[in-house]
Design a protein around this ligand. Structure first.
Ligand SMILES: [Zn+2]
Length: 179
């Protein structure tokens, strides 16, 4: 399902809960705490804490009640569409950028947003054979050593491909949608 054009969808309504890593105290391994960076949200400190690689799940029965309460009270974060929108603002002005910004403001689905070596992304994710607009610039942006971000956004019959280099403006291309 795509969230595009949903009634009432906005960056404000689409904000997402803050996320925390999961941690346990070695003496009470049945209780899951939310890790706030230097201590658990309930105040437990790093001594005797073990970190998990997954996120704190506030819905889980094992969640520490104080951590759950604190996690619920933590400020929400912008949704993916808002974060990508703010990055795309730095792209070269033009119809493609305006169309993508508008799609994101209406909740178009972000199918993929990853970071990786540019060469690998070009090979596996950049849909180079489907690009109908912005192809040569995209190929150039992916012909670099090092890592870049790459996002794809579904929008009707099209998908936008956005290359997000670390220190340069994003590049946008248009490709046909997966059908
Ligand atoms: Zn806790």
């Amino acid at each position: 399902m795509t969230s595009a054009d949903q009634e009432g969808w906005s960056f404000a309504t689409a904000r997402v809960p803050a996320q925390f890593g999961a941690a346990i105290h070695t003496l009470t391994p049945g209780v899951q705490h939310a890790w706030g960076g230097e201590k658990a949200l309930c105040g437990l400190v790093e001594d005797q804490i073990e970190m998990y690689l997954h996120l704190f799940d506030r819905e889980d029965d094992s969640a520490c009640p104080t951590c759950r309460q604190q996690a619920d009270a933590a400020p929400t974060r912008p949704c993916g569409q808002e974060r990508l929108h703010d990055r795309v603002l730095a792209a070269a002005a033009g119809p493609l950028r305006e169309e993508l910004l508008d799609a994101l403001r209406r909740g178009a689905e972000i199918k993929l947003w990853i970071n990786g070596r540019a060469v690998g992304l070009a090979k596996h994710y950049a849909l180079l054979d489907r690009i109908v607009e912005g192809g040569p610039a995209m190929v150039a942006a992916l012909s670099v050593n090092g890592s870049v971000g790459l996002a794809t956004v579904e929008h009707g019959p099209w998908q936008f491909i956005v290359v997000l280099p670390d220190h340069e403006p994003p590049l946008i291309a248009r490709a046909t949608a997966d059908r």
